[in-house]
Design a protein around this ligand. Structure first.
Ligand SMILES: NC(=O)c1ccc[n+]([C@@H]2O[C@H](COP(=O)([O-])OP(=O)(O)OC[C@H]3O[C@@H](n4cnc5c(N)ncnc54)[C@H](OP(=O)(O)O)[C@@H]3O)[C@@H](O)[C@H]2O)c1
Length: 217
C-alpha cells in the first residue's frame, strides 16, 4: 500500500472504517489514511484478478471489490505502479510474502522512500496459533532493510490489531504507545508525525530492531 501524504487536506476525522468491517491491516489502514486526506493506492499482483474476486477471503472479509466500492478514492495498482508514484510506502503484506511483494514493487521504485513495515513474520506451518519464522536474533524489518539499503524501513503498528490501528482511542482512551523502530531518524520523524496526526501515540527506538522487551518482527 502506498500513498502521497495529505497536506492539510483531511477529509474526515472519523476513526472507523465503517463501511467494510474489514479486519485486515491493509484495508483498514488504507481506509484510515484515505479518510485523513492522503492519496492512497493499494498494491496487488494482478489488478484485474483482484477486481474480479467475489469470494470472502480466508479471514471472512468481503472480497476486495466490495471494500473498493466503499472507498472510491483509493486506487488499486500493481505493486510497481503504486510504488513508483508513492512518496511513502506501507508494507501491509503477510510476512511470508513481503519479500516477493517488495521485489515486484521494484528496487528503483523503493529507493530513497520511507517504508512503514506493519508486517509480521507469522509461521502457520505448525497450525494455529502461529509462531514467527524470524525472531530473537533477526527480524523481517531488518531483512527488508538489508535487502534494500536505500529504503528507509520503519517498523511500526505491527503490534496492534487492525481495529486498534485505525482507532487507537479504543484502548485506554488512546493512552498507550506503539514502537517506531528504524535506522533513519528523519524517516522515523515522518512516521511519528503521520501516526500522531492519526491519533496513535508513539515511542521511538533507535534501530530497526525492537527494544529487548518487545519481540523482533
Ligand atoms: N490484521 C491485523 O489485525 C494485523 C495487525 C497488525 C499487523 N498485521 C500484519 O499486516 C500484514 C497485512 O495483513 P493483512 O491481513 O492485510 O494481510 P493479507 O491480506 O494476507 O495481505 C494481502 C497482501 O499480500 C499480497 N500477497 C499475497 N500473496 C502474495 C504473494 N505470493 N506474493 C506477493 N504478494 C502477495 C496481496 O497481494 P494480492 O492483492 O495480489 O493478493 C496483498 O497485497 C500482515 O503481515 C499482518 O501480520 C495485521
Amino acid at each position: 500500500m502506498v500513498m502521497r501524504p495529505a497536506e492539510d487536506r483531511a477529509r474526515s476525522t472519523s476513526h472507523e472504517d465503517r463501511s467494510s468491517g474489514h479486519r485486515h491491516g491493509r484495508a483498514g489502514l488504507a481506509g484510515r489514511l484515505d479518510e485523513l486526506g492522503h492519496e492512497v493506492a493499494v498494491g496487488t499482483r494482478d489488478v484485474a484478478g483482484t477486481m474480479a474476486r467475489t469470494a470472502p477471503d480466508g479471514m471472512g472479509n468481503p472480497p476486495y471489490p466490495a471494500w473498493a466500492g466503499a472507498h472510491t478514492r483509493v486506487r488499486l495498482a500493481t505493486f510497481a505502479d503504486a510504488a513508483a508514484r508513492a512518496e511513502l510506502l506501507v508494507n501491509a503484506t503477510s510476512g511470508g510474502v513481503s519479500m516477493a511483494a517488495l521485489a515486484a514493487a521494484g528496487t528503483k521504485n523503493l529507493a530513497g522512500k520511507v517504508l512503514i513495515d506493519i508486517a509480521n513474520p507469522l509461521d502457520f506451518s505448525l497450525g494455529f496459533p502461529p509462531s514467527l519464522f524470524v525472531k530473537d536474533t533477526d527480524s523481517l524489518g531488518e531483512q527488508i532493510q538489508a535487502a534494500y539499503p536505500e529504503l528507509k524501513v520503519v517498523k511500526a503498528l505491527n503490534t496492534l490489531t487492525a481495529a486498534l490501528m485505525v482507532n487507537p482511542a479504543q484502548l485506554a482512551g488512546g493512552q498507550h504507545s506503539v514502537f517506531v523502530s528504524g535506522n533513519d531518524p528523519d524517516a522515523k520523524k515522518t512516521v511519528i508525525g503521520l501516526l500522531t496526526r492519526s491519533g496513535t501515540p508513539t515511542s521511538s527506538t533507535s534501530a530497526t530492531s525492537a527494544p529487548p522487551a518487545a519481540p523482533r518482527c
